[in-house]
Design a protein around this ligand. Structure first.
Ligand code: 5GP
Length: 199
């Protein structure tokens, strides 16, 4: 069972161009978003807060706002998160101030988050466009998680277990993109995003 926590954020007014990109860890969300932003350069990226440790090569404030368990808990209590979730023993969340920074200037913004968080955004920010990224099959997901070498074997197994539950959630999402051939998937993503931005 996924451990989940209801977000205390009350419903937010409609904001211009908020794109939630979700799907299991290892599915290639990060790579796809990088390609998407090359194609749609006006898209900003929301930098999440997390209690996990930085991986080699990750930069504070760029990849994540890396914060302590205590600070995360304090900011949850202060209602500073639009959404947050516990994933594989660590907490991850989108800070309201981070989202406001982009949307107040009218800039479209992408949230790269897991499924529990996407569900919360569906409640608090129903105008956001939600896109689920799916692997072609589970074997491919396993290969990708092992192949990227960022997690030890125990973490890979934990992530795969969560991924099984996340994959079952695909049907909840308005848009599903299968990441089989990377460039085809990026093209599909671009067309969803551009379609929504001009709607
Ligand atoms: P990782 O540890 O691989 O960077 O991220 C683990 C999972 O947490 C990924 O599925 C990632 O999309 C998700 N994640 C990253 N930031 C957030 C966030 O702000 N909120 C939520 N709910 N999930 C996040």
């Amino acid at each position: 069972m996924l451990s989940s926590s209801a977000c205390s954020a009350s419903s937010l007014p409609a904001l211009p161009g908020v794109f939630v990109i979700t799907g299991p860890s290892g599915v290639g969300k990060g790579t796809l978003i990088r390609l998407l932003r090359e194609r749609v350069p006006e898209l900003a990226m929301s930098v999440s807060a997390t209690t996990r440790r930085p991986r080699p090569g990750e930069t504070q404030g760029v990849d994540y706002h890396f914060i302590s368990d205590e600070e995360f808990a304090r900011r949850v209590d202060a209602g500073e998160f639009v959404e947050w979730a516990e994933y594989s023993g660590r907490r991850y969340g989108t800070l309201r101030e981070e989202l406001d920074r982009h949307t107040s200037g009218g800039h479209p913004v992408v949230l790269e988050i897991e499924v529990q968080g996407a569900r919360q955004v569906r409640e608090t920010l129903p105008s956001a466009t939600q896109i689920f990224i799916e692997p072609p099959d589970e074997a491919t997901l396993r290969e990708r998680l092992i192949g990227r070498g960022t997690d030890d074997p125990e973490q890979v197994e934990r992530r795969l277990k969560v991924a099984e539950e996340e994959l079952a959630a695909a049907g909840e999402f308005e848009h599903v993109v299968v990441n089989d051939r990377l460039h085809d998937a990026a093209e599909q993503l671009e067309s969803i995003v551009r379609g929504t931005m001009t709607a």
